[in-house]
Design a protein around this ligand. Sequence first.
Ligand code: SAM
Ligand code: SF4
Length: 343
Amino acid sequence: MARILAGRTEEQPLIDPHGRAITYLRVSVTDRCDFRCVYCMAEDMTFLPKTEVLTLEELDRLCSAFVARGVRKLRLTGGEPLVRRNIMSLIEGLSRHLDSGALDELTLTTNGSQLAKYADQLYAAGVRRLNVSLDTLDESRFAAITRWGRLPQVMEGLAAARRAGLAIKINTVALRGVNDAEFDALVRWCGDQGFDLTFIEVMPMGEMGEGVRLDQYMPLSMVRAQLNKSWTLEDTDYDTGGPARYARCRETGGRIGFITPLTHNFCESCNRVRLTCTGTLYMCLGQEDAADLRTPLRADPTDALLMDAVDEAIGRKPKGHDFVIDRRRNGPAVGRHMSVTGG
Ligand code: SAM
Ligand code: SF4
C-alpha cells in the first residue's frame, strides 16, 4: 500500500505542466574533476566549499525521493563522478532500487580516467552501461583538449570496462578545427571495439574566453554530411530516452548518435531534470531557473518538505530552452559551466 506523505502518495508520478512525465534524473555528484577540458572548465576553476556539497547520504536520500516519485533512470555525472571519495558506497546503495525493480537503469557519464579501478565494482553494483567522453584518439590532441588528461589512462579504463562486461557509448564533442579530421577514425575504432558513438554539439555554457565556442562550433549536420562520404548511415528509431537521434553504420554495425541541442529542438519529449551536487534542481539545461532542494532536505528528516519542493519545482519546468549561438549574441546563453549540471 502506498505510504501517505505530506498529503500525497509517495508513488504519485511527477508530471510537469506540459504533460511530460519526469522519469530521468541526472545527478552531478561533484563539481571537481581530474581533467580541465577546454570547453568545460577554466584551468583555474574554483570549486565549491565542502559544506555546500551534499554528503553521499544526502545524495542517496534525494535520488531515492525521485525514485519514489517515478524516476526510472538515474545517471551520475559531474565534474567527474568517479573522483568523488567513496563514490562506490553511493552507487552500491542506490543499486537497491535496481534490485527492487523501482529503477530500470543506474548509469554514469565519466571521462574514463578511473575506470581501471572501478569497472568491476560498477558491474557488480548493477551498472550495465556507461557513457565515456572521448573527443580524440590522438595522445597530444587529447592532452590539449583535456589539459590534465592522459589518453593511455582512459584507454586502460575502457579496456577494463569492456572486460567487466559494461556496454560503452563514447561521447565526442565535435570541435571544428580540433577533432574534425578524426570522425572517420572514431567511427572505425568504435565499430572495432563494439562501442556506440554519439556526437555532441558544443554548447554555449560558461565563460570560456573570446569567441572560443563560436570558432569551434560545428553543427552536427556538417558532421553527418562528412560521415556520409565514408559510411552508410541508416536512420533507426532506437531511443535511449535521451535527446540523441541514432543511425546504424552499415559498414561497422555500430550505432552513431547525434545530440543537437542547438539545431534541433528536442524539448517536446523532455523527461529529465538535473540535480547539482549542492542540491539545486535545474528543470531545463538551457534555462537559469532552479530550485533549492538542499534546504528542505536538511530541514526535515521525513522528506515531506523535500517532496513539496520537488512538486513546486516540477510545476515550473519550462516548455523549452533558448540556446542561441550567433555573432550578435557572442556569449553563453547560460552562465554556469557544464560541470555544474553534468551535461
Ligand atoms: N566528467 C564526465 C565526462 O567528461 O564525461 C562527466 C561530466 S561532463 C560535464 C559531461 C559531458 O559534457 C561530457 O561528454 C563533455 O564532453 C560534455 N561537455 C562539457 N562541456 C560541454 C560544452 N560546453 N558543450 C557540449 N558538451 C560539453
Ligand atoms: Fe571534467 Fe568532464 Fe568537464 Fe572534461 S568534460 S573537465 S572530464 S567534467
